[in-house]
Design a protein around this ligand. Structure first.
Ligand code: DX5
Length: 230
């Protein structure tokens, strides 16, 4: 059974105090730091780039889980590796089709990082199936990417379940990460469906005590527990 992980999303942090916010995340017992890279093209918002990733890298030892929501990821993988990324996730909807996606995943691993593949709420699981043996993480977006503070899309739960069943059927070990509108209620649904990494922005950064909030997410029951309960 894969251990449950919690990754706060820096997009919801107070950008005027990034060092303190990153230290708060680490001191609160988070497992990873999730970094949303947006270019205003692939998604309708602009967040931050390699320079900010490098700047916060100096203030924490947390693994960096970098999600590239950009139109031309191939041109930036090197820069994010140098900035300190430990994991890099690209979107299957990225221009250039499956050969390009396969190349990106291979390059991420060749540069020593873990490779992730993300799919948007409207994208069927079939589109990522050809790559499941070449990834360390599958990111099932539970909101349309681009902004924090959105509501969780319940229809995405079915896709998590299908990914969980597919992973078991193929004897694979990629992690199943969910991201967008994560709160204890929506996380519970995701975990019971088979997710094992929870990305949360608003709910964690707006909590009075992030350590308590992280523990609350971590203590929720997972699919195995449900299965055991039968
Ligand atoms: C949205 C981002 C998410 C977002 C999560 O495109 O990928 O990581 O920051 O924030 P909440 O938890 O507020 O939905």
């Amino acid at each position: 059974m894969l251990e449950r992980l919690v990754a706060p999303s820096l997009l919801a942090a107070d950008f005027s105090r990034l060092r303190e916010e990153v230290q708060r995340v680490e001191q609160s017992g988070a497992d990873w730091l999730h970094l949303d890279i947006m270019d205003g093209h692939f998604v309708p918002n602009i967040s931050f780039g390699p320079a900010v990733v490098k700047a916060v890298r100096a203030h924490t030892r947390l693994p960096f889980d970098v999600q590239l929501m950009i139109g031309n990821p191939a041109e930036y993988i090197g820069a994010f590796v140098q900035a300190g990324a430990d994991r890099i996730t690209v979107h299957v909807e990225t221009d250039g089709g499956s050969d390009r996606v396969r190349q990106l995943l291979r390059e991420i691993r060749e540069r020593g990082c873990k490779a992730g593949l993300a799919l948007n709420p409207e994208t069927p699981l079939e589109q990522v199936e050809p790559f499941l043996a070449e990834i360390d993480l599958l990111l099932v977006m539970t909101v349309h990417p681009g902004f924090g503070g959105q509501s969780f899309i319940p229809e995405t739960v079915e896709k998590m379940e299908a990914a969980y069943v597919r992973r078991a059927a193929c004897g694979l070990r990629f992690r199943i990460e969910i991201d967008g509108g994560i709160t204890p209620e929506t996380a519970a649904a995701g975990l019971l469906a088979g997710a094992d990494v929870l990305v949360a922005g608003t709910w964690l950064f707006q909590s009075r005590d992030m350590a308590v909030a992280i523990r609350e997410l971590r203590d929720l029951a997972g699919r195995e527990a449900a299965t055991v309960k039968g």
